[in-house]
Design a protein around this ligand. Structure first.
Ligand code: HEM
Length: 460
């Protein structure tokens, strides 16, 4: 079989570039080889075909599952943290079953509960920052998204166990985001526990401690069921599959960890980028404030959610530097034709969200932050795909968008902020997603005296 062209350098050097800076590596490959190319990261793994053409994205995300699958075993990089039963690491009918059990808490009526949580938590976090004292914006957005997801998953959750779990999760994810950890994930032979001084061993122990707290919580809920609770854990414990079976404790643990990890790390980065762009480009901030100020007192969350310019700013934030630069891998099961190549069973396909979002033909001047492009035209689901698509499309898509919009509205309405250093910030690998290449500091310059912008809760 002839694979699309790609770098001919040894696998180990491709892997090192991939770990160090996947964005610039993919951009360099696209420049040389075009919109479909092959990477060889490991001599023991099949080559990976990367695509950025929207038609090809559509083909790999929507093709009949007999030809193309999105199996969980190719996501084994996530297994050490999320477990074997996570929706991300399982496949086929099991994946479908688990998705069906997980989806209801992220739909319609349920979203109403989260609006209030997001607004309250954002208020609490942002009120700590005082005029004139610089603070790290990613720490602030991470504090918001971690508390929000903890409350969404566990309900009103206070006390020593909640605090401990929150601290473990922060530490765990901070460690997981290092390049060393990513290298250990890509080179599993190095994943050994050499005792307490060892990086991987420490990571595993932190995880065991977090797991124990989660299992304690599940046990307690089973012993004292409370049917009035509407948090995600309660909904998952009450959920039954088509055969009438509930989720096991291990499944619950893995799904909770998946939601806690996927649900806060990604949105924290997206919010940090949004605040950076809004304050980097004065005209963007001005237009956004105009839109928010025009709402009057106490608009409901659904009005905020539908604001056109706020929506454009959030979309452009997720376009220019998508937090997830790739869709999960898809694997060819029966030969297919893609981008002029005949690809045989076993070929691994990756949709490069980053490269599609950087295409000059779809997004003129792609390196410029221009929310207006989302007001001027509509992009198809395969031109703009920050949340992927098809059978593995992000479960938290609506939740993440709601959180970005309500948190931004709350922050901008209550504080005037400035960037301490207006220099450029670029994307950088952060664990298995992207982050910022340097800390962004901001400072509160004055209070803004809009009345509490979001008080009521209605369905979004
Ligand atoms: C800005 C925030 C977020 C971004 C950019 C994002 C992006 C993505 C992407 C690209 C995928 C893979 C889709 C594919 O391969 O087709 C994904 C999957 C997933 N996301 Fe998100 N996500 C975000 C927030 C969230 C939140 C808030 C949650 C949950 C509370 C969440 C839970 C998940 C889960 C469980 C999956 C796996 C779905 C499956 O394998 O079936 N994500 N996300």
């Amino acid at each position: 079989m002839k694979f699309p062209n790609g770098p001919q350098t040894p696998a180990v050097s491709q892997m090192l570039r991939w770990i160090a800076n996947p964005m610039s590596f993919m951009e360099a490959c696209a420049k040389t080889y075009g919109e479909i190319f092959t990477l060889r990261l490991d001599k023991n793994l099949p080559p990976m075909v990367v695509v950025s053409n929207p038609q090809a994205q559509q083909q790999i995300l929507t093709t009949d599952t007999k030809e193309l699958e999105a199996p969980g075993d190719v996501n084994q990089l996530f297994e050490p943290l999320l477990g074997k039963h996570s929706v991300i690491t399982i496949s086929g009918a099991e994946h479908q079953r688990q998705r069906q059990l997980l989806m209801p808490p992220f739909h319609g009526e349920r979203m109403r509960n989260y609006s209030q949580v997001i607004t309250d938590v954002t208020k609490q976090v942002i009120s700590q920052y005082q005029i004139g004292k610089p603070f790290n914006i990613r720490s602030a957005t991470q504090a918001i998204t971690l508390r929000v997801i903890m409350q969404a998953v566990f309900g009103l959750y206070e006390g020593p166990r909640a605090e401990k779990l929150q601290n473990f999760l922060s530490e765990l994810l901070e460690k997981a985001s290092s390049r060393l950890n990513v290298a250990l994930l890509y080179f599993p032979a190095l994943q050994r526990d050499f005792g307490p001084i060892n990086f991987w061993g420490k990571q595993m122990r932190l995880q065991q401690e977090a797991d124990e707290l989660i299992y304690e919580e599940i046990r307690e809920r089973r012993e004292q069921p409370d049917s009035s609770r509407t948090d995600i854990l309660s909904l998952l414990m009450a959920a039954r599959d088509e055969a009438g079976q509930p989720m096991t404790d291990e499944e619950l643990r893995d799904e909770l960890m998946t939601l806690l990890v996927a649900g806060h790390e990604t949105t924290a980065t997206a919010l940090a980028w949004a605040l950076y762009w809004i304050h980097k480009i004065p005209s963007v901030r001005q237009k956004l404030l105009q839109e928010l100020d025009s709402l009057g007192d106490n608009p409901d969350p659904s009005t905020v959610f539908k604001l056109p310019y706020l929506n454009a700013v959030c979309s452009e934030t997720l376009r220019i530097y998508p937090v997830a630069i790739l869709t999960f891998p898809r694997v060819v099961r029966t030969s297919i034709s893609l981008g002029g190549y005949e690809l045989e069973p076993g070929t691994v396909l990756l949709g490069s969200i980053y490269l599609t979002h950087q295409r000059e033909d779809i997004y003129p001047e792609p390196k410029q932050f221009k929310p207006e492009r989302f007001l001027e035209r509509q992009f198809s689901a395969y031109e703009f795909l920050p949340f992927g698509g098809g059978v593995r499309r992000c479960i938290g898509l609506a939740f993440a968008q709601l959180e970005m919009k309500l948190a931004l509205a709350q922050i901008l309405s209550s504080k005037a902020l400035e960037l301490v250093n207006k220099g450029e910030v670029r994307p950088k690998r952060r664990g298995l997603v992207t982050g910022l290449d340097r800390p962004i500091e901001m400072v509160v310059t004055s209070q803004r005296h809009m009345k509490s912008p979001i008080l009521q809760t209605t369905t979004v």
